[in-house]
Design a protein around this ligand. Structure first.
Ligand code: V55
Ligand code: FE
Length: 483
């Protein structure tokens, strides 16, 4: 019997499955990696192990595969393993995919595992274990050295929600993991839970509340005293799922909703703010508070970014009509006016996504951001490569959010990037002083390199490139661990 992936945009080019589990000691390096870069860069990609049961599938539904790039003494080694979820194990047992459409268990094969999660969205080391996370279920724990899967992780039975975010934040003041769950009481429930888990794994805070409706809360934002939940106009509906429809549906008339909760408060103290309808809140760059004002910085797009979750009549905006730019939302906690309109944060707006900050400044007043950016005016080898794929970003940007200035590095007409991660030069280095690492894909040679940029000489490009000796698929998120 043949085993072949479909010839669709979701499974070809940047999105062709890699499926490679590997261990490579001392990767090839062009340039010099400073000895001071010592630690591990963990990242995860959705990488479907088997061809989709229904003929095609979306990027977000692939099985999670974790990569660990270990840096030390100027060398880099790579280890890469699938998260051995129940879902993956059932597939390997049957030698085929058993899963239907994204986050809809009603479309699965009867032989599919009960636990439907792919653990494919981020990985972070916390309290000695590596957590692979997907927002539809609890995290999965891995051994951070061997990447061996330990199992589903409920933090020693302290976490009772049905789901858990894939965008936890580390509180730089005490190392606590700040996290949340949406659809927290099961599929399409409007229940949300906020959790703080200490650096030693102890549940410190737990606050449950409800949103006005069940909808996607992909990322969130933290400040010293508040957490902010951006509720994207993509609603969930159980009946639609039972009828074989999508988990999420775009609602063009719903506002970009935000819930703001005092971290030491109660559900009753929740405040709701309403942004313009028709917009899409992207990933959080950072947020901070000043008096009774809260600032949240993120790319905002003027329409539905997720073409695979259409609105009710099936409409999805043509990609060229979508315009994203880095914007700042300002919430005045004292005002009676709960409407908010975001303002541009860069003097020249440009499409961007996957923003990250110097996380020693998470939730605090800050200056620097690092993000993927796209300039459609720059050369792209359309003749050889066709149209740019979904999530195509041809530049790495270093942004000063105080002045609005941006510096760019553009590598060429066939390259695009995966999420950039900042590493401080040393523990007490000034904000934003250090290195940024990012996987760079070459669409022409169909290969990838890990590039390392020095933040002090951004526009001159990488000080080192680490060659990856097999094909990677597009990934999502990751984190640096200094130990
Ligand atoms: C996102 C990604 C997901 C998901 C929901 O990037 C939202 C947003 C990789 O899976 O399940
Ligand atoms: Fe994300």
């Amino acid at each position: 019997m043949s085993l072949q992936f479909p010839d669709t945009p979701e499974f070809t080019g940047l999105y062709q499955p890699s499926r490679v589990e590997a261990s490579v000691v001392d990767l090839e390096i062009e340039g010099t990696i400073p000895d001071a870069i010592k630690g591990t860069f963990y990242q995860v990609a959705p990488d479907p192990h088997y061809p989709p049961m229904l003929g095609n599938d979306i990027f977000f539904n692939g099985d999670g595969i974790v990569s660990a790039f270990r840096f030390g003494a100027g060398k880099v080694s790579l280890k890469r393993r699938y998260v051995e979820t129940e879902r993956l194990k059932a597939q390997r047992r049957e030698h085929r995919s058993l899963n239907g459409i994204y986050r809809n268990v009603y479309t699965n094969d009867p032989l599919a595992a009960d636990n439907n999660t792919t653990a494919n969205t981020t990985v972070i080391k916390h309290n000695g274990i590596l957590l692979a996370m997907k927002e539809d279920a609890l995290p999965w724990a891995l051994n951070p050295d061997t990447l061996e899967t330990l199992g589903e992780w409920n933090f020693h039975a302290q976490i009772t929600s049905a789901t858990f975010t894939a965008h936890p934040k580390v509180d730089p003041n005490n190392g606590a993991l700040l996290c949340f769950a949406y659809e927290a009481k099961g599929e399409a429930t409007p229940d949300i839970a906020y959790f703080e888990i200490s650096d030693e794994g102890k549940l410190l805070r737990e606050i449950w509340f409800q949103a006005p409706y069940a909808a996607m809360i992909h990322d969130f934002a933290i400040t010293e005293n508040y957490v902010i939940f951006p509720i994207i106009p993509l609603t969930a509906d159980l009946d639609r799922m039972k009828n074989g429809g999508q988990h999420f549906q775009w609602q063009p008339d719903l506002p970009q909703l935000f819930g703001i909760l005092p971290r030491s408060g109660t559900a009753e103290e929740m405040q709701w703010y309403y942004g313009p309808a028709g917009g899409f809140q992207g990933h959080t760059l950072n947020a901070y508070e000043e008096g009774n004002k809260i600032f949240v910085d993120m790319p905002v797009t003027n329409g539905n970014v997720f073409y695979f979750f259409p609105q009710e009549d099936g409409y999805v905006p043509p990609p060229e009509t979508l315009k994203a730019a880095l914007r700042r939302w300002t919430f005045d906690l004292d005002t009676n006016d709960a409407t908010v309109v975001p303002k541009l944060l860069t003097s020249t707006p440009f499409p961007c996504e996957f923003p990250r900050c110097d996380e020693r400044y998470s939730g605090k007043p800050y200056r620097y951001g690092f993000t993927l950016a796209y300039d459609p005016q720059l050369p792209f080898d359309t003749a050889a490569l066709g149209a740019p794929p979904f999530q195509f970003f041809n530049q790495l940007a270093r942004i000063n959010v105080v002045t609005g200035d941006s510096e760019m590095w553009y590598p060429g007409d066939a390259q695009c990037f995966q999420e950039p991660i900042f590493i401080p030069r040393h523990p007490t280095a000034p904000e934003g002083d250090g290195w940024v690492i990012s996987v760079m894909n070459d669409l022409r040679t169909r290969s990838s390199e890990l590039v390392i940029l020095d933040t002090a000489q951004w526009t001159s490009g990488p000080i080192a490139k680490v060659k990856i000796p097999f094909r990677l698929r597009m990934s999502l998120h990751g984190n640096w661990s200094g130990d």
